[in-house]
Design a protein around this ligand. Structure first.
Ligand code: FCB
Length: 452
């Protein structure tokens, strides 16, 4: 296991990133917009299923305050921002499309562009229109056609001004929470449905990829970059591990970090998803979107079954009890860069913490990991921090502050944290230098040198 406490020495060389590197943040509609009353999450929240029975409510009121947020991003030198469009607003009833909402998202995207911020648009980020969820969601036999109809409307409306698209955000997380763990809608705990949803989501990605390319070609809209974005976890064994622990680590690494990409490098689904040949799959990915947050340590126990533990008290944790482990991001970039040979964009990376110095240190150490992978030849195009502002963190409600900017949920005042200032400096200068840390993050300099 690698030591996560090597020294980060910036006194000799800074971390420099290419001039055209994408710098910015990610958000998703339901987590920030507010009042998304027509989706399955809203219904789920109102059944009291979220921690402390919280509901998303007005969230950050971003649906109305988006200009203000984009203005802040501009002053913070961000050049890219990833949003998602809310399907339930766009198609509130089956087959009925709301033109005003489509226009709204066009305005949102245009306001980003007007400020020199490149939009990246996610088509599905965890929520479903309520009508579709009632019809079985992605298990509905017509799911592919229904999703495609929605995609066509959105892409036809936005395609001439958007170049970067994300099809489905984190298919494995969506399927896991909704169909295996049961703590997200629809609250199922059924292994077979879990596998089925995973399969459908791969096909949805492939369909969506082809649909977007077809629409761009027909309209002569030039280049589009379409990404497959998944949540990756770095798995390791504990320092005193057994043969079975090691085996478990390899199994998890395969299932979570490799098998789901199989279609893209071998043209076949992984065994567990049916091993079908998937025509053209190798061509259906323009960039790999990595959402990376933490490492998991695996322990095998005969009595308790397979265990993924977060337990070692020595290791640095976040408020959500995730282990901070930048080396995991380095490992994953190397692994996927080699396997798929496509550009990578870090589409999410972030920390929930009340200690903003911890956030600054987290960001810099993860940038160091990315920078090292780039110097070793991995083609990484950008880094989007999760998230621009504190927001509604799904089953955890409002208890997880991931943002660079805090929110007063009563007045909706935006309150930038020191990390926003440091990140802004990074975006402006295109890197991290010792000088910058001395100026803007002096109090963490010692800690940073120690921890990385
Ligand atoms: C990711 C999700 C995102 C947010 C972060 C913390 O898995 O894509 O919506 O919840 O985790």
């Amino acid at each position: 296991m690698q030591d996560n406490r090597q020294k980060l020495d910036l006194s000799k060389s800074s971390l420099n990133f290419p001039k055209d590197f994408m710098w910015g943040t990610s958000t998703s509609a339901h987590q920030v917009e507010g009042h998304n009353i027509l989706n399955d999450w809203w219904a789920w929240e109102h059944k009291g299923k979220v921690l402390n029975r919280q509901i998303s409510g007005d969230a950050c009121n971003h649906y109305y305050l988006y200009r203000k947020d984009f203005e802040m991003m501009k002053t913070m030198h961000h050049n890219t921002h990833r949003i998602s469009v809310e399907w339930s607003r766009i198609e509130p009833r089956e087959g009925e499309f709301n033109k005003d909402e489509l226009k709204h998202y066009r305005k949102v995207v245009q306001e980003l562009i007007d400020r020199g911020i490149r939009p990246m648009v996610t088509l599905h980020h965890f929520t479903l229109p309520y009508w579709f969820a009632q019809k079985g969601g992605f298990l509905n036999p017509n799911a592919r056609a229904i999703f495609d109809r929605y995609v066509r409307r959105v892409v036809s409306e936005l395609g001439d001004i958007v170049q970067y698209w994300v099809t489905i955000n984190e298919p494995s997380v969506y399927a896991y929470h909704g169909y295996l763990k049961g703590n997200w809608p629809p609250g199922e705990k059924n292994f077979f449905k879990f596998i089925k949803v995973l399969r459908v989501l791969i096909y949805l990605h492939l369909d969506t990829y082809k649909t977007i390319k077809e629409i761009y070609e027909k309209n002569h809209w030039g280049v589009s970059h379409i990404g497959f974005v998944n949540h990756l976890i770095w798995f390791d064994e504990s320092p005193r591990h057994t043969f079975m622990d090691r085996l478990l680590v390899n199994i998890y690494r395969y299932i979570f970090n490799k098998s789901y990409y199989r279609a893209f490098y071998s043209g076949r689904l992984p065994l567990i998803l049916g091993y079908n040949k998937v025509k053209d799959a190798k061509k259906c990915i323009d960039f790999i979107g990595i959402n990376y947050y933490f490492r998991c340590t695996c322990r095998f126990s005969l009595f308790k079954g397979l265990i993924i533990s977060h337990e070692d008290p020595e290791r640095e944790r976040t408020l959500s009890n995730w282990e901070v482990y930048p080396e995991g991001l380095y490992n994953l970039c190397k692994l996927l860069g080699r396997k798929l040979n496509k550009p990578i964009i870090i589409t999410e990376n972030g920390i929930s913490t009340m200690d903003d110095n911890q956030r600054i240190s987290y960001i810099i150490r993860h940038l160091e990991a990315i920078n090292r992978a780039m110097r070793e030849g991995v083609d990484i195009k950008g880094y989007l921090y999760w998230s621009f502002m504190d927001n509604f963190e799904w089953a955890e409600g409002y208890t997880q502050p991931f943002g660079l900017v805090g929110i007063n949920y009563r007045t909706f005042e935006r309150i930038p944290k020191s990390s926003a200032q440091v990140f802004s400096e990074i975006c402006k200068t295109g890197g991290v230098s010792d000088n910058m840390i001395r100026h803007h993050a002096k109090s963490i300099r010692e800690r940073l040198l120690r921890e990385t």
